[in-house]
Structure formats: structure tokens, C-alpha cells
Design a protein around this ligand. Structure first.
Ligand code: XIL
Length: 675
């Protein structure tokens, strides 16, 4: 029987909050083209337990331990819940939440934990148990956190239920040991989010003449608002984890299709194409693949090699044939290049045991089973010249041998500062002579430029810089639309990105929609760059969540190139001053200071007018104007702009309706700080 709750679900305030949000959206929609995100309403508390009424308020033991109200210590008030008599670390207080949580909503769970008096310090965590069809799965909400008997520790995390379940509970356990512990002030809440914007252009329509646009997904992108956003903006999806070896064949011969079937099925039902990712990789591949039945690691001897290739053939045949023509593109192999090897080939277990034969086998079998699917080699950092060239050599060699490699996938996990557009262009150009297709397969633009940075909320200037990066890279992709058969982003929105845990745990914001699924400046960078600066500042950031889709094996560090500069983004500073203005005309000066560490020889300064102004005559440089975009290049005497140096240009311009200062100043395509 369920014990009484101290507080009932606040349904009415929730509805009122949502109604208020809807009103805000409707009123503001008339001003700009875009509806500014209606920002986070107060959290709605769905379930709370303070134990102040002397009952356990629905908390129960998970195993044979004892759960009872205690007045020995309390976090606020006089009561807490004491758990004693534990005989295993997984035992602890649990509360059933099946009636409280709905699929697709992002909840915050919070609980205070304190070890009982006299216990030595330890670690506790907060998790969710999901039960369905007689089996259970466990998702961590807050990982192991130090706890002591001297003070209360708060465990707070977010969780989205992405599966159908017939049982659901939250519980506290310890990393090890069986210490008695107290919990108090458990809260389950959610923040009503603004509706998915319907008054902004769909990305897939904006890019319809260029290439299909895709997003990596997990189950949680297939429900609720995420699903609405996904189907509104995207043409294709890539299951982010569900088709990897550890998901599809965790133990030899027993294939698991639940998530992959769900994701491919959703795509087919909604008219989305699917990229299959990935058949062969050195990550997320179970250990059994590379060991003998008695646990001995396989070697390069012929019998072991034959066994490995046999397993590979079975895997590729089974996975590819299950989806047939529902999957039109496969990343047959992922990340096989290591530019630090003279031959460019990654020394993975695949390579060590079979040389290049694993690639030959995988492509051959995939072609045999899915003759019309496009077969890709996919890799990261393909813009890095050494890696690019080694990948190109390998693709050339394999194709010359008759191995059916149809395309090259560029992951494009990049950041706000790296790589340059020129280097990215060289990446695309490099593969044109081979006559292969190319796709951008996993793009995201981290707001961080090194591993030491961490922002609780993405700073506005980073989001702006990011928007210009999206603008510039998509401009490039559009120029190469004949080569690129699709562009895919590694995620749908900032509420769920692998970069929250890679390369270090911190909140990142690398995608086009924010944590509340609202369009970011980055979205406008692709859709209409003149609106980048008009986009409202971001939603408050939420604690990085650990969700089912992120509990796979951690991706190795290494994507962040060693050449990534560690300086900030303050590369240039611009002061724009209208020195004189009269009806129809004005005079202005633009002062650029190179605040970066590198000189800019033959620099190019760019800005965008907002009110239709025109430059009539400019001194100290040359000017080109293309619509609202103005590009200034130096005169011979100021062609170099050294680090710390300043250049000033002046011009006469015309204006009519208004003469607001321009936006989007960049120096050699790097965004400048204005002021
Ligand atoms: C990532 C997933 O997004 C994570 O959820 C998972 O924990 C690790 O893998 N390059 C790839 C993708 O090819 O498969 C990786 O996906 C991201 C980097």
C-alpha cells in the first residue's frame, strides 16, 4: 500500500504555468520573425518527501534492509529516513514513481544523503530502476558522490524516461560497503518548457536545394517535444548508439534489436532516411569478439584471423539484412585511420588480428546483403592534413582493389575556434578526385576550446561565435552541395549531447537548439545570419544529465586536436563610431585591434549592415559590399595587422530609414568583440 504523500502533484499550477508561457509566446511573436523562447517557468514539484509526518512517505527497502523514520538527524525539520541493516551496497531506500513520471519529460531528482553517525566516509549515488516484461535496467542519475556522517550531501540530476515500463523507481545506493545512511528532502520536479517553435523555418526546407539534413538520435528524441522538433526540421536520422556492436550483439549469437528497431521504425513511419552507424569500430565492441571461447585473446595466426572474420561476416550479414532497404547508408567502418602510424592504419584489435582484411570483409558482405546501400568509411579530424591524406590513400587503395567503398564520412566534431574554413574546404576538395560521395556525419560545435574551460551557462559571446561558425561551415557545405550527399548533426538539441561527458564532464551546448529546444543563434547562422545577434540569450543551463543513451562505454579522448589554441576567443576588438550624420549620409570610423596572439597579414574585415546602409567611399583600405555584407581589405601600407596592432579605416556612407551600427564583425572570419 502506498504511504501518504506530504504534497500532492501540483497539477493546476503546472497548467497555469504552461498557459502563461503560451500567452507570452503569442504576444511576442508579432515583434520579430522568431518567437523568443519563453524561459523556464518555476519547477513543478511532482513528488516530495521530508518525512516530517513521521511516515516513510512511500520509501521502502530494495532488499532485506530496514527503512524507518529517524529523528537522530534531519536536513531541515526534525525527521529523516534511516536505512540500516544493509548487507549489500545496492540496498537502499527506493520510491516508486511509475504514476509520477511520464515518458519524454525531463525531470530533476534531488535528495540529501548523510551517513549515520560513526560511519566512515564513502560514496553514494542516485539511480532509476526501470522494469519491463520481467527484466530490469538501471540508469544512473547522479554518479558516485562523496558522503560523510558529518554533513548532508545533495545529489541532484536530471532524467528523461525514454522507454515503456511497467515499473519505475528511484533509489539511493552506495558505491561499496553497507553503511547505515540517512536520506532527506527528496524532490522530483520538472520545468514546463516552452512549446516547439512553429514560426521559424524548417531547416530541411531551408536546405532543400542543398542536401538532406540529419540528426543523431536515441529513444528520447522519439517522444514528446523532441520528436516534434526532429520531424519538423530534419530529413534523416542516425541512431547514435543503437546499431553499434555492443548494442546489437552483446554476446555471441544473441542479437538485440529493441532500440534499433524502435529508432529505424520511427524513421520509416515519419519519412526520415536512416544512416546506419556503425558496423565495425574499435570502440563499443564487446570483448568476446576478440577472444577465443576460452577467453584467450585472438592473435594474427590464421585460425584466429579466420574466426574473427567469420564473426565479422555473421555480424554484418545479420545487422544489415535485418534493415534491408530501410537503411540507405552504412558507416561500414569507423575511425580506422591513425595518422601517427607511417601507414596511417589504426592499430585496433581488428587490424592487429586481420590487417586490412576486416575492411575488405565488412564492405564485401555489406554490399552483398544490401546492394543498393551506400557504404562509407567514417572518421574524425579528417580536416587535419596528415589524417586526411592517409584516409584518402586508404580509400584510393581499397577502391583500386575493388572493395566497394562508396563514400567518406567526415565526423566534424569541431569547436568555436577550430578548424578554419580553409582547412575544412581542403578536406572536402581532397576526396573529389577519388570520385567518392562525401557526407558530414556527426557535426557539433563545442563552445569550449580546451579541456580546462567549464561554464555553468553558455556565455552569449560563445553562442554568437558558434553561430558564425555554423554560418561559415554551412556556407562551405552549400558550395560543395554537389559533393555532399547529406549533413548530419550529432544530436538534436543541447539537452542531450555526448559532449556533456566528453572529453570531460561539463555542460556543453554544441547544437542548433538549446536545452529547451528553442532555436539558438547557431540555428540562425544557417537559416538567416542577419538574425544571429537578434536571437535572445540562452535558456538557463541544466545540470548535465546521465541518460540511458549515454551510459555506453566512454569514447576515448583524442578528438580535440593538440593544435587547438588554448587562448580565449578575444581575437579582435572593433570600435565602430559614426562621427557625423546628416539626412541620407554619414561618416564613420572603424577601428580594429588585433587582440589575438597571431599577426593577420593581408587581413579581411567583415560586417553586416542592418538598415540597408551603403558604403560610398572608404579610406585606408579597399571595400566591397554585397547586400548588407561589407568586406574591407587593407591598403598596401597597413597590410599586416600584428598581434596587439590597430588599424583604423573611415568611410562615407548613405542611409535612409535608420542608421544603427552594423553587426557580425569578423577579422579573417574570426568574430570580433565590439566596443
Ligand atoms: C558517441 C555517443 O554519442 C555516446 O552516447 C556514446 O557514449 C559514445 O559514442 N564518434 C562516433 C560516435 O563515431 O559513434 C560517437 O558517439 C561520437 C564520436
Amino acid at each position: 500500500m502506498r504511504a501518504p504523500r506530504t504534497r500532492r502533484r501540483r497539477t493546476l499550477p503546472a497548467l497555469l504555468a504552461l498557459a502563461a508561457l503560451a500567452t507570452t509566446a503569442a504576444v511576442t511573436a508579432v515583434v520579430p520573425l522568431t518567437t523568443p523562447p519563453a524561459h523556464a517557468a518555476d519547477p513543478v514539484v511532482v513528488r516530495e518527501a521530508t518525512f516530517e509526518d513521521g511516515t516513510t512517505q512511500g520509501f521502502r527497502a530494495r532488499g532485506g534492509e530496514t527503512v524507518a523514520v529517524s529523528t537522530a538527524t534531519a536536513h531541515g525539520g526534525t525527521h529523516s529516513l534511516l536505512v540500516s541493516g544493509r548487507t549489500a551496497s545496492w540496498q537502499g531506500p527506493a520510491v516508486d514513481l511509475l504514476d509520477e513520471m511520464t515518458k519524454g519529460t525531463r525531470y530533476t531528482l534531488s535528495v540529501r544523503v548523510r551517513l549515520a553517525a560513526g560511519q566512515s566516509p564513502g560514496q553514494a549515488r542516485l539511480s532509476v530502476q526501470r522494469d519491463a516484461d520481467g527484466s530490469s535496467a538501471y540508469d544512473q542519475v547522479v554518479g558516485d558522490t562523496a558522503v560523510t556522517a558529518d554533513a548532508w550531501t545533495q545529489l541532484t540530476g536530471t532524467y528523461v524516461l525514454a522507454h515503456d515500463v511497467d515499473g519505475l523507481s528511484a533509489y539511493v545506493e552506495t558505491a561499496s560497503g553497507t553503511a547505515d545512511l540517512h536520506i532527506d528532502d527528496f524532490v522530483l520536479s520538472y520545468r514546463p518548457t516552452p512549446p516547439v517553435q512553429t514560426d521559424i523555418p524548417a531547416l530541411r526546407e531551408v536546405l532543400a536545394d542543398d542536401f538532406p539534413i540529419g540528426a543523431a538520435v536515441g529513444n528520447r528524441q522519439l517522444v514528446g517535444d523532441q520528436a516534434t522538433l526532429l520531424t519538423r526540421h530534419f530529413d534523416t536520422v542516425t541512431p547514435g548508439n543503437a546499431l553499434k556492436w555492443d548494442a546489437t550483439q552483446p554476446t555471441e549469437g544473441s542479437f538485440r534489436w529493441t532500440d534499433a528497431d524502435t529508432q529505424v521504425g520511427f524513421a520509416v513511419d515519419h519519412g526520415l532516411a536512416v544512416r546506419g552507424h556503425t558496423l565495425v569500430w574499435h570502440q563499443q565492441t564487446p570483448a568476446w569478439v576478440f577472444t577465443d571461447t576460452d577467453g584467450t585473446p585472438l592473435t594474427a595466426d590464421p585460425a584466429d584471423k579466420a574466426l574473427l572474420l567469420d564473426r565479422l561476416e555473421t555480424h554484418v550479414r545479420t545487422v544489415v539484412s535485418r534493415y534491408g532497404d530501410r537503411i540507405g547508408v552504412w558507416d561500414v567502418a569507423n575511425e580506422v585511420i591513425d595518422e601517427n602510424q607511417a601507414d596511417g592504419l589504426r592499430r585496433s584489435r581488428w587490424y592487429e588480428i586481420s590487417g586490412l582484411d576486416y575492411l575488405r570483409t565488412a564492405f564485401r558482405v555489406a554490399r552483398e546483403v544490401a546492394p543498393t546501400a551506400k557504404l562509407y568509411l567514417n572518421d574524425y579530424n579528417t580536416n587535419v592534413p596528415a589524417k586526411r591524406d592517409k584516409l584518402r590513400n586508404l580509400v584510393g587503395q581499397l577502391r583500386a582493389e575493388g572493395v566497394p567503398v562508396d563514400g567518406v564520412g567526415h565526423q566534424m566534431h569541431v569547436n568555436v575556434q577550430w578548424p578554419s574554413v580553409a582547412e575544412t574546404e581542403a578536406m572536402l576538395q581532397a576526396f573529389v578526385p577519388l570520385g567518392v560521395e562525401q557526407q558530414i556525419t556527426e557535426m557539433d560545435v563545442s563552445i569550449y576550446t580546451n579541456e580546462a574551460e567549464s561554464f555553468p551557462t553558455p556565455p552569449a559571446d560563445r553562442l554568437r561565435t558558434q553561430a558564425y561558425r555554423y554560418r561559415d561551415l554551412f556556407d562551405l557545405y552549400r558550395r560543395y552541395a554537389d559533393e555532399l550527399t547529406s549533413v548530419t548533426l550529432w544530436g538534436l538539441a543541447d539537452d542531450d549531447t555526448w559532449l556533456d561527458t566528453f572529453p570531460v564532464a561539463r555542460k556543453d551546448a554544441p547544437l542548433l537548439f538549446d536545452t529547451e529546444l528553442q532555436a539558438k543563434p547557431a540555428y540562425w547562422g544557417i537559416v538567416d545570419p542577419t538574425r544571429i545577434d537578434a536571437t535572445p540569450s540562452p535558456s538557463p543551463t541544466v545540470t548535465p544529465s546521465v541518460t540511458p543513451s549515454q551510459t555506453g562505454s566512454p569514447y576515448p579522448t583524442g578528438n580535440t586536436p593538440s593544435s587547438t589554441p588554448t587562448s580565449g576567443l578575444d581575437t579582435c576588438r572593433v570600435t565602430y563610431t559614426v562621427t557625423n550624420q546628416w539626412p541620407g549620409g554619414f561618416q564613420a570610423t572603424v577601428r580594429i585591434t588585433n587582440t589575438g596572439v597571431q599577426a593577420h597579414p593581408g587581413w579581411s574585415l567583415r560586417w553586416f549592415f542592418r538598415d540597408g546602409q551603403r558604403v560610398a567611399q572608404l579610406w585606408n583600405g579597399s571595400v566591397r559590399q554585397d547586400g548588407d555584407m561589407v568586406t574591407v581589405t587593407p591598403a598596401s601600407w597597413n597590410a599586416n595587422l600584428p598581434a596587439g596592432g590597430t588599424v583604423e579605416v573611415g568611410f562615407l556612407g548613405s542611409w535612409s530609414s535608420a542608421n544603427n551600427p552594423p553587426i557580425g564583425f569578423t577579422l579573417d572570419r574570426l568574430p570580433c568583440v565590439v566596443g
